[in-house]
Design a binder for this molecule. Structure first.
Ligand SMILES: Nc1ncnc2c1ncn2[C@@H]1O[C@H](COP(=O)(O)OP(=O)(O)OP(=O)(O)O)[C@@H](O)[C@H]1O
Length: 353
């Protein structure tokens, strides 16, 4: 969490729903508080309503009647976007192509009547913060995608917005560049301490950048929590499967243990239900010698994925189980292996999706 996060609510969305003119309900009425200085990530599959929520906060879209948007406690619902003091960056850069980098970054300051000397000082600071030193006098059409996205970020934060809204700002970039910029963006957001709302469908981006993540599904909030909470303690099957890889097991509980075709697993959670849906992350399953193990299975496939190997096991559960193991483990297809899972790593889920 950023240093000054948590002191008060910067943004409150109160029963904000959105039904478009054609009858599409993009957002069911949702209420959400965003703390000052926090980076809140809206995460979900395509069409789940993330952008609609961001546009309501920006003032590009009005919520359905009854909904309110508050900044620092003040009702902004009817306040036009240009008076909301928000900075925005979208997937498409929307920079002025024939202006220089420095002029793009300074544009918002200029139209706000900020003098030349102060403008130059702020532009210089942002050029340094966003790692584009040396490119100040280039035109936008002479820059790479990653450089353009840095300029777009610098321009958005130059006006010192109260709130920064980012909609998939890294999506158009290739994987290696996206990873690098994600780290840089994380440092930038933390050093500026601006309240940020970040839209993405990429769960690793959400994990790295978010103080909290709002997982959305079909126009509704499925779960809100810190990245670790969302990952290890999902409250629904949808969240478990959308955020990272998940083994979902349907099994009976006997004597506080999950009863599976290949053996048993001890549980930390108790349940009064005779059958449960349980989630186990692939990296929480350890491979142990089969003879003393309470659960065993047969290795169905082994795939090398670079930093680890993904092992798929049959016979342990009703479905195939995926395990992430270190490359050091010498495992071959057809091996009989034992599986161990710490009871706390098994999460019971409600039956509903
Ligand atoms: N102006 C509009 N009129 C009618 N329906 C719309 C309009 N804008 C968006 N929608 C619909 O509302 C739903 C939510 O859209 P939204 O853009 O918020 O989703 P999203 O989660 O941001 O998706 P993506 O990741 O694909 O951008 C979608 O079904 C979309 O088709």
């Amino acid at each position: 969490m950023k240093a000054d996060a948590g002191h008060g609510v910067a943004v409150r969305i109160e029963t904000c729903g959105k039904t478009f003119a054609d009858g599409t309900q993009a957002l069911a009425p949702a209420t959400l508080d965003i703390a000052r200085g926090e980076t809140l990530v809206l995460l979900g599959p395509s069409g789940c309503g993330k952008t609609t929520m961001l546009r309501i906060i920006a003032g590009l879209e009005q919520p359905d009647p009854g909904g309110r948007v508050l900044f620092d406690g003040a009702d902004m619902t009817r306040v036009p976007i240009e008076q909301r003091n928000v900075g925005m960056v979208f997937q498409s850069y929307a920079l002025f192509p024939n202006m220089t980098v420095a002029d793009n970054i300074g544009y918002g300051l200029k139209i706000r009547g900020i003098g030349k000397a102060e403008r130059a000082a702020r532009v210089a600071e942002l050029v340094r913060l966003t790692n584009i030193t040396g490119l100040e006098d280039r035109r936008i059409d002479q820059l790479s995608g990653g450089q353009r996205q840095r300029v777009a970020l610098a321009r958005a934060v130059a006006i010192r917005p109260g709130i920064l809204l980012l909609d998939e700002p890294l999506t158009a970039l290739d994987a290696a560049l996206r990873d690098r910029l994600r780290g840089e963006l994380n440092r930038l957001l933390r050093s500026l301490g601006i309240t940020t709302i970040y839209v993405t469908h990429d769960q690793s981006e959400a994990m790295e950048l978010g103080d909290r993540i709002v997982v959305m599904s079909k126009g509704a909030i499925a779960q809100i929590g810190a990245p670790r909470e969302i990952y290890f303690r999902p409250t629904s099957r949808f969240v478990a499967e959308f955020v990272g890889a998940a083994n979902i097991l349907e099994a009976a509980i006997v004597d506080g243990q999950l009863r599976l075709p290949g053996g048993r697993l001890a549980l930390a959670d108790s349940s009064s239900r005779p059958r449960v849906v349980a989630m186990i992350r692939p990296e929480t399953i350890a491979i142990v010698p089969p003879d003393a193990a309470s659960l065993t299975g047969l290795v169905d496939s082994v795939s090398f994925v670079g930093d680890r190997q993904r092992i798929v096991v049959s016979g342990a559960a009703e479905r195939l189980l995926s395990i992430d193991a270190s490359n050091a483990a010498a495992i071959r297809v057809g091996d009989r292996i034992g599986l161990a899972v710490a009871p706390e790593a098994i999460r019971l889920l409600p039956d509903a999706p």
